[in-house]
Ligand binder design. Sequence first.
Ligand code: HEM
Length: 96
Amino acid sequence: MSYRKTGIFHDYSNRKDLGRFKVTKLEIDKYVFKVPMLRNVTLTGPYFHDGEVGTLAEAVDQMAYLQLNRKLKDEEIRNILSFLTTLAGEDKPLHR
Ligand code: HEM
């Protein structure tokens, strides 16, 4: 589990929530949020801390742009969605 800044290359649309800064009061924690696990991510929308993004395709598109400064082609988004779909499964207990 990790905390990362949203909006590394470009700002996230909603700037109201200052994220982890509210807890630590450290400047460096502004717009830092917990990176959620992507297990079952196809089933857990809407996405991001404010649920602002309704579809996973849009979330992937935004991640690439905001975090990596990449504009993905539709085909690339489709391929990433195919991969993310494989992360869905039934929960099984680790121990009996
Ligand atoms: C193409 C590469 C990436 C993909 C496909 C991707 C995918 C996603 C998705 C689907 C979510 C939403 C999860 C949810 O709300 O349940 C998410 C959230 C997040 N990701 Fe990424 N991500 C990518 C790159 C990155 C990078 C490079 C960073 C940081 C350096 C990052 C940091 C985060 C953070 C902090 C969140 C939580 C944001 C919030 O709640 O507002 N991601 N990511």
